[in-house]
Design a protein around this ligand. Structure first.
Ligand code: WT7
Length: 651
């Protein structure tokens, strides 16, 4: 089994457990193990009954559903025949329940500007934006690309699409023009919403310029709505195509009602990396996803009315979709939203925000935690963090050292930590401690939530014994599951449903210990996890070989103290000796092709790449070389040993 993150050894040795603090348990949503076991059992024995009750109680229905789950692997339909609306569930439903004056979003920009929106105010903004999108020709089933900074308008745009049955496709604002164009074209986007720029570490990034470049290659996009965020001068606006947010949205009346939509109406697509070069548009639908995001939020974050909840993700990723927008807002939570970097203007920015807004529930990523450890405890110690009561982690496995620091320094040994395992495809959290009842073990996502039935199987699809690693699959459908890959049914079946018949293949390796706890052990495919973001090594390779001087490229992950995995590229080039200038040029080339997050950390030139006799690149060898390990294992199939020797010497 491969362990690209190098974490398995620590994790196998981990035996500490941390029971939930009794005072936490006393008030918790799940406060006894019996309650969890009963819910888990009912979801197993009476799937339809369990989810019928959940959906009836926790979503608004314009028209009731007739059937709970129509399942014919791999196709699921949930709450068939019902009509609901995710924007209604997030906004109107709370307002109707008398919660209109509660703060929905409290926002801080990187420069320190702030805004706060109640549920009623947020609904007005969403309705205005929805009306504006309609004026731009957007209707049910149309795709709207969204390339925006972390401002309230980003959430507003998502909810505005949901309000009128349009499909949002949010593209993280760090992606390149090329990546935006690919996504626009794959989705057939009709409109794009963007901003003049965004603030990042004190600088302004000109988003609209990037979008202009993308639109030159995006024939389906007819209109571009532009938010003025940074007040950039000289933004070029193309007559007939581009329109300012403040000119179009602000003049709308703000009373546009939510459209009743079939349960299975596509709510959004979100592109993520798979094991090929082409990102896939993961498709989620309205009712099942909305219910999953809401209930998992309430269960895992133990939501209480008095909470101030902060998820530090960006809405460009699934974490932002489910746990900044749809989950917490459906639950009527008060959410902090922050635009910028954790170390601007100084390394204590997060802790300043926690203190200032009295954040009680904090959800962040191991890569951020490792950066805080590196920056030093003094930044944390300057601030009063006593408002915190619960901490969460997502994006990759949290190494026990980071877990312990989070527990001691941020949680003051008082706050449970929920290590949440899930994926873009699962729509929401699948495995996590329930903070009032689960004794946690650093590095384990513990046990599945009600309605989740994990199975660990070997190559032949047979279940493995306790403590043996294997492929993690999910045996039954759940409401938040992906409904497909946009425009590519074949790939959907091939990727998730063909290797182990009848079960959803997650792509992760896992192990279950003697207490039934799950430990995630890295990917089974060529996907790497860089700072909690998924990247396909082949995607980076394709970007490299698109450069005219590159003949061949192989990309692997190597362990990195901060990012979890860093990107190492091995490249063969044509036309003379490669030099430092070419190395920089190739790194920049990948940045232009995909975005800064894909830029290789190491780039080594080689005369040839090590291959098997059948011509397959020997990735295991390259991984060892990239990690600086001695190459171990069977190399007898190596085509040319001298290649290996050259690669090793190259530093
Ligand atoms: C992959 C999904 C989940 C939302 C953010 C990332 C890895 C995620 C954990 C965790 C171990 C984790 C898995 C998974 N992963 N959370 N708590 N422990 N690994 O979503 O980009 O779809 O990536 O991230 O490998 O398959 P994503």
């Amino acid at each position: 089994m491969t362990d690209p993150s190098g974490q398995i050894d620590h994790v196998l040795a981990e035996s500490r457990t941390f029971p939930p603090p009794p005072e936490f348990t006393a008030k918790a949503v799940f406060s006894t193990m019996d309650q969890y076991e009963a819910a888990y059992r009912r979801a197993a024995e009476d799937r339809d009954g369990f989810w019928r009750d959940e959906a009836t109680e926790h979503l608004h229905w314009f028209e009731p559903f007739q059937e709970v789950c129509r399942w014919q692997a791999p196709n699921a339909e949930w709450f068939v025949g019902g009509k609901t609306n995710a924007s209604y569930n997030c906004l109107d439903r709370n307002i109707d329940a008398g919660r209109g004056d509660r703060t929905a979003i409290v926002w801080e920009g990187e420069p320190g500007d702030t805004r706060s929106l109640t549920y009623s105010e947020l609904r007005t903004e969403v309705a205005k934006c929805a009306a504006a999108l309609r004026e731009l020709g957007v209707g049910v089933g149309d795709v709207v690309s969204v390339y925006m900074p972390m401002t309230p308008e980003l959430a507003v745009t998502m909810l505005a699409c949901a309000r009128i049955g349009a499909i949002h496709s949010v593209i993280f604002a760090g992606f390149s023009a090329e990546s935006i164009a690919d996504r626009n074209n794959d989705a057939g986007a009709k409109v794009i919403v963007t901003a003049d720029g965004l603030h990042r570490r004190g600088k302004v990034l000109p988003l609209k310029e990037t979008v202009d470049e993308a639109l030159a290659k995006s024939p389906t996009v007819q209109k571009c709505l532009v938010l003025r965020r940074v007040g950039q001068d000289g933004v070029s606006m193309q007559e007939g195509r581009d329109v300012w947010w403040h000119e179009l949205v602000d003049k709308q009346s703000g009373d546009l009602p939510a459209v009743p939509l079939d349960s299975e109406t596509t709510l959004f697509i979100l592109y993520t990396s798979g094991s090929t070069g082409k990102p896939k548009g993961i498709r989620h639908t309205t009712a099942g996803y909305n219910l999953w995001a809401k209930r998992t939020f309430q269960w895992v974050f133990d939501h209480r009315d008095e909470d101030v909840y902060w998820c530090t993700a960006d809405c460009g990723w699934i974490t932002g979709h489910s746990y900044i927008v749809y989950g917490p807002l459906s639950a009527g939570a008060t959410c902090l939203m922050y635009e910028g970097a954790p170390n601007h203007p100084a390394e204590d920015r997060f802790w300043e925000l926690v203190e200032k807004y009295k954040v009680s529930v904090l959800y962040t990523a191991p890569t951020a935690i490792r950066a805080f450890i590196k920056w030093g405890d003094e930044h944390v110690e300057k601030h009063d963090l006593t408002s915190l009561r619960l901490l969460g982690s997502v994006g990759e496995g949290i190494n026990p050292e980071a877990w312990m620091w989070y527990h001691r320094k941020i949680g003051n040994e008082r706050c449970p930590i929920v290590d949440t395992w899930w994926q873009t495809e699962t729509g929401g959290i699948m495995m996590s401690p329930l903070p009032g009842i689960t004794a946690t073990k650093p590095g384990s996502c513990t046990r599945p939530l009600p309605g989740v039935f994990p199975k660990i199987v070997d190559e032949s699809g047979q279940p493995v014994e306790a403590n043996h690693g294997g492929m993690l699959c999910i045996a039954e459908p759940w409401p938040g599951m992906l409904r497909g890959i946009w425009g590519d049914e074949e790939r959907f079946i091939e990727q998730y449903w063909s290797k182990v018949p009848g079960m959803y293949l997650t792509g992760d390796n896992a192990r279950q210990d003697e207490d039934g706890y799950y430990w995630i052990m890295g990917r089974i495919d060529d996907v790497i996890n860089v700072s909690g973001h998924r990247l396909s090594t082949i995607e980076v390779e394709s970007a490299l070989v698109s450069h005219e001087l590159v003949c061949e490229a192989a990309v692997v992950g190597r362990p990195d103290d901060l990012k979890g995995q860093a990107i190492a590229a091995f490249v063969t080039v044509r036309g003379g000796e490669p030099d430092e200038a070419l190395r920089k040029e190739l790194q920049q080339h990948v940045r232009n092709q995909i975005g800064a997050l894909a830029q290789p950390d190491d780039l080594r030139f080689a005369a040839a790449l090590p291959k098997t006799r059948s011509g397959k690149i020997m990735r295991r060898l390259l991984r060892d070389i990239a990690a600086g390990h001695e190459v171990v294992g069977d190399t007898s199939t190596l085509e040319d040993y001298s290649v290996l020797a050259k690669l090793r010497d190259e530093d």
